[in-house]
Design a protein around this ligand. Structure first.
Ligand code: PAF
Length: 270
């Protein structure tokens, strides 16, 4: 069922207790599909939202250029037998008050929080609204957007919202590049450069596992620029649980990166 207004949505799902919710901005790819398939292993109904949220874009041009293909998205969702699709417009989703205030954990100031001012506030604003309307049992999120998923989890815990976050692993193309809607804006050559970046970082992670001093951001940035990367917003190492800098090579850590290929900004964590 395709639903375009919050009132119809709330009427429709009033008595449904076990909703698994996948928020998206459309441009669906295998990453989204894996979230949907995972949700279908749970009992209950699956609800997918599609809304390109202007409030989380810190750059008007980026918002305008964000890939959209609703027709194709609906074909994919129909094929997957998704129960509900919520397609709000701006007024529908932003014209009501939400009981819970947004909670922005301090980790929102790091990584993408530095280079995309207001981005996470925009993400939490919309997700808080979805949670208010849908009250899902589960929300499924991809770990490619690690920081987003972490901050949504912190908000849910802080506001004692009765929804469990299910983190799902990153799905990658054969060449290692993580599926992302933004990949649609890449040229073939840029896609190859992205693959080189990911292979380089996977390799670097192996070295860093042996010795933490093998993580040399200045060196890495230089090498990636030589591959054809236009700009690097950050390349940083964090313990994936404590979100502190790892002090011991035995800790579980990830390399976090945000980089540009011409005007297209990609993020990943390895
Ligand atoms: O990850 C995304 O696509 C968006 O940030 C989300 C969670 C749908 C909120 O607009």
């Amino acid at each position: 069922k395709i639903i375009k207004s919050k009132h119809k949505l709330q009427n429709e799902i009033l008595n449904i207790k076990n909703i698994s919710f996948i928020p998206t901005m459309g441009g669906l790819h295998k990453g989204h599909i894996s979230l949907i398939k995972k949700s279908q292993n749970f009992k209950g109904k699956t609800l997918v939202s599609i809304f390109v949220n202007p409030k989380q874009f810190n750059n008007k041009n980026d918002f305008l250029k964000y890939p959209r293909n609703l027709k194709k998205d609906l074909i994919i969702l129909r094929r997957l037998n998704v129960d509900y699709i919520y397609l709000p417009n701006f007024k529908d989703i932003y014209s009501f008050r939400v009981k819970n205030k947004i909670f922005l954990d301090k980790f929102s100031k790091k990584l993408c929080g530095k280079s995309r001012k207001g981005h996470f506030k925009g993400v939490l604003n919309i997700v808080n609204r979805f949670l208010h309307l849908i009250k899902p049992k589960y929300i499924l999120l991809g770990v490619k957007d690690f920081q987003q998923s972490y901050l949504i989890t912190k908000h849910i815990l802080k506001r004692k919202i009765n929804t469990k976050v299910i983190n799902c692993k990153t799905i990658r193309e054969k060449n290692g590049v993580a599926y992302s809607t933004r990949n649609k804006n890449l040229t073939n050559n840029q896609f190859k450069v992205a693959s080189k970046v990911i292979k380089y970082l996977k390799n670097n992670k192996k070295l860093v596992r042996k010795d933490l001093t093998n993580f040399k951001p200045t060196r890495i940035k230089k090498d990636l620029k030589n591959f054809g990367v236009t700009k690097i917003d950050y390349i940083e190492l964090y313990n994936s649980k404590s979100l502190k800098r790892p002090k011991n090579k035995k800790e579980i850590f990830r390399i976090f990166i945000a980089f540009y290929l011409n005007k297209t900004r990609l993020i990943d964590n390895i």
